[in-house]
Write a protein that binds this ligand. Structure first.
Ligand code: BDP
Length: 600
């Protein structure tokens, strides 16, 4: 799926700004709210989560539908083009209405979708209404539990328990755009590269036209030609060769641009020349053993919630560079396309994760769940939607050089009966969807050990989230160390050929809380715990990286394990460093991107 872009043939118009907003009173659809101006609406920024800007508990904790609305003008000339309306993401379910007519419904809160406006939009003023539902249950990703309970005096109360440890922010979270293309247009482009400069491309088009393809280097010089003006219908495949290619690497994220002209349409797709491969217990970038340094992150900030915020994104990338990190995981959902483009340009490697979190009926990290052990794969009704989000994420992100691995889930019940049957087809699907054949992983929690995990045989990298010294052996780093080392020994004995990446480890830490003896929640304990993990990682050659949990403190649902959110950040929610930030910086600045453990 192509990102909307201006070119000689394409126009993009932003619909971001202040929209009208109203909570559904339960009758919004029956009363046909999308047909007229919302009454008693309040202002709401787009893109943004609605929860925190409203300063109103009724809105922050609302369960169910809300309505957004705005009008916009269209000219007669615009109607002559192919006109599309595109949402970067709406969390979690959206119904889109134009002038009262339902245009489309979309499920899944973290991926883009678009709908054609021709035939629905009219010259002059148009009324756009977006209804948004934030409910999560055992059919959604992420998964949750909708529960109705009865209370004395109050009666029935419905609560929606997220089965995941981040606040269930909702709304129109990413940019909204209208874009226009010619009627015969370029629909999709896929690019694969090799280290000798060979570039393969597949172009999908609608209609018929003259096809011209060439590549420019970062200075705009044409360095290779592909198709040269033949008439083609519906698309074309080809190969071209760039002499003396400059490779894409973290220290030099060099980008080329493939320009495609098809009839009157022009689209420019950036790409990097790099390869990714797992071999002999190592993760290879451009054929060299790579060491991941970084974090699991969240799209999370005060006021915006999970809403797109380019200042926050650029600031976070700069903090990653300050601390010596070279990578992050998009825990626990695909991040904005704008963030992916930024990582391409800044040389940050990304593990791209679908929103498959909460696939564990016994999960208790929110302190409120419980449930049936061994019941996950009979209770969850997510398999079909899981396929959709995998194929949509890969379709969206396949050309990004920054993306080096796909994560198909975070902490599912991979030790329970049925896990292999559930995941094997999904891992295969991810492999089939990706023209670049990146490695595929499933991030596993502590309950899935080398002995119990039912999915480790068919994933490429063992990604482990471990909390020895926090959720177990709390306060006893000596015990935590032996447990961690022992488990790592068992993993490496069973899977000597699979690299191991630590995708989570950490401790809740209240910024400003200090102690001479490192006690739980103090900045000293966080620092000591990370240092202990690092010593153990360094004893194992197949540990190919460390991504601490979390980059910054973040909002969660209310529960007794969380004090105004999860405090495992190395930075506070406002991005101020805790003590551990400085020792991480010292360590990571001394670890090279390549060949850390090969002694070269
Ligand atoms: C893991 C989850 C992550 C949580 C973290 C924690 O993957 O989402 O925030 O633990 O408990 O279970 O801090």
């Amino acid at each position: 799926m192509l990102y909307p872009q201006m070119s000689e043939s394409r126009t993009v118009i932003s619909l971001d700004g202040i929209w009208n907003f109203k909570l559904d009173n339960g009758d919004g659809f029956e009363e046909k709210w999308p047909e007229r101006k919302l009454s008693d609406a309040r202002p709401m920024p787009v893109p943004c989560s609605y929860n925190d800007v409203a300063v109103d508990p009724e809105i922050r904790d609302h369960i169910g539908w809300v309505f957004y609305q705005r009008d916009f003008y269209i000219t007669n000339q615009m109607l002559m083009s192919r006109l599309m309306l595109r949402f970067g993401s709406v969390t979690h379910t959206a119904r889109i209405y134009l002038n009262g007519n339902l245009l489309c419904e979309h499920k899944g809160g973290f991926l883009p979708f678009e709908v054609r406006l021709n035939g629905f939009a009219r010259a002059g003023s148009n009324l756009l209404t977006v209804a948004v539902d934030n409910r999560v249950d055992n059919t959604t990703l992420p998964a949750g539990r909708l529960v109705t309970e009865s209370y004395p005096k109050i009666g029935e109360v419905t609560r929606d328990y997220p089965n995941f440890d981040f606040y269930n922010y909702a709304g129109i979270m990413r940019p909204v755009q209208i874009y226009a293309t010619p009627h015969d247009y370029i629909e999709d482009i896929s690019i694969q590269t090799a280290l000798d400069g060979e570039v393969s491309y597949q172009i999908q088009c609608s209609g018929e036209g003259k096809m011209l393809v060439f590549v420019q280097d970062a200075d705009g010089r044409i360095v290779a030609w592909g198709d040269d003006g033949r008439i083609v219908a519906w698309g074309d495949d080809g190969r071209l060769k760039i002499d003396s290619p400059v490779l894409w690497e973290p220290s030099n994220p060099y980008l080329y641009t493939l320009t495609v002209t098809f009839g009157d349409d022009i689209y420019r797709q950036t790409f990097g020349i790099r390869t990714v491969e797992v071999r002999g217990g190592r993760f290879l970038l451009n054929g060299k053993p790579f060491y991941f340094k970084g974090f699991g992150k969240h799209e999370d900030s005060p006021v915006h919630g999970r809403g797109f915020d380019s200042a926050m994104n650029v600031g976070d990338i700069n903090l990653l560079k300050w601390i010596g990190a070279n990578s992050f995981r998009t825990s626990h959902y695909p991040y904005s396309e704008e963030m992916m483009m930024l990582c391409d340009r800044e040389g940050i490697l990304v593990i791209d994760e679908v929103p498959a979190v909460g696939l564990h009926t016994g999960f208790t990290a929110t302190g409120m769940l419980g449930g049936e052990a061994n019941g996950t794969w009979t209770q969850m009704q997510t398999a079909e939607h899981h396929q959709e989000v995998i194929s949509q994420m890969i379709a969206r992100d396949k050309n990004h050089p920054c993306v080096v691995m796909w994560s198909v889930a975070n902490e599912p019940a991979s030790e329970e009966d049925g896990a292999a049957e559930y995941f094997r087809p999904l891992v295969e699907l991810a492999r089939d969807c990706d023209p670049q054949h990146r490695p595929v992983t499933i991030v596993q929690y502590g309950g899935a050990t080398p002995e119990t995990s039912k999915v480790s045989d068919f994933i490429d990298v063992l990604c482990l989230n471990r909390y020895f010294g926090w959720y177990s052996q709390e306060g006893r780093l000596d015990l935590a160390e032996v447990m961690l080392e022992d488990e790592l020994k068992r993993w490496t004995e069973k899977y000597p050929e699979k690299p191991i990446l630590f995708t989570e480890y950490g401790a809740d830490t209240i910024s400003g809380m200090h102690d001479v003896i490192p006690t739980l929640f103090s900045e000293e304990y966080q620092e000591a715990l990370l240092a202990m993990y690092h010593q153990v990682f360094d004893r194992f050659p197949t540990v190919c990286g460390e991504q601490a949990w979390n980059f910054a403190d973040f909002a969660t649902a209310e529960n007794i394990r969380r004090v105004q959110g999860n405090k495992k950040g190395i930075f506070t929610r406002g991005r101020k460093p805790k003590k551990a930030a400085f020792s991480l910086k010292e360590r990571w600045e001394s670890i090279p991107d390549f060949d850390y453990k090969t002694g070269k």
